[in-house]
Design a protein around this ligand. Sequence first.
Ligand code: B12
Length: 206
Amino acid sequence: MAADALSNAITELEEEQVVALVRERLENGVAPLEIVNALQEGMVEVGKRFESGAYFLSELIMGGEIMKDAMTVLEPRLTGASGDYKGNIVIGTVKGDIHDLGKDIVVMLLKGSGYNVIDLGVDVPKEKFVEALKESQAPLVGMSVLLTGCQAAMKEAIDAIRAEGIDAKVLIGGNYIDEVVMDFVGADFFAKDASDGLKVAEKVFS
Ligand code: B12
């Protein structure tokens, strides 16, 4: 089990304690992204318990709901400090995958850093990515995938973007993403968390 009290609270599905700890840490000046990392760590443990059969699907859903509550508290702090308008970024979770909590954190952070984010939502077919990139002329597209079985759908979406001759960099993220996945799907960058993703955006737009 994770050592951090907030990570433990979300792993144990202690809804009220999670929200109270998030508020307390914000009041104590802890950086919002540090809080996100603690929550993410606790959710990985929820996933492990689900995988091992210690938690059922209802508990996985409960974990997701608690994460949403925590994000409601964090959102104003992530999206608040908007700077100058820096340009368009398209983002979405790939076809077959409906996990959106991590993607939404990335969206909040990018918006808070001054980007105009075109969020396509979840279960996004390749055609939708292509269409949004053509319309927005965004130089960067972010794709999220948490299910390993959906990495092929990510590859198809990236292939479709390349086949259309669209000149956009592709940034991928999700809990199983690494260099091997990046090479497999043909992306330009990968990010382990939202702040890594922001660093990539800053590089692309610099
Ligand atoms: C909550 C949860 C759910 C919720 C999702 C609620 C929601 N609205 O998103 C519900 C209950 C719906 C769900 C459903 C399922 N889930 Co689920 N779920 C999880 C869990 C526990 C946490 C995910 C999460 O929100 N984490 C918190 C966020 C903050 O972290 P994150 O997503 O990793 O995002 C961060 C980074 O990865 C990164 N990032 C993410 N996306 C992007 C994109 C970009 C562009 C960038 C830059 C960065 C970035 O930045 C984020 C912030 O730092 C994970 C466990 C895990 N290890 O992740 C399993 C997990 C992903 N689920 C799993 C499974 C199996 C399922 C189901 C198939 C279960 C079932 N039998 O029905 C379904 C699939 C439904 C579908 N078609 O997608 C497996 C996947 C296994 C695999 N190898 O594919 C996992 C790993 C659990 C496990 N260990 O078994 N799930």
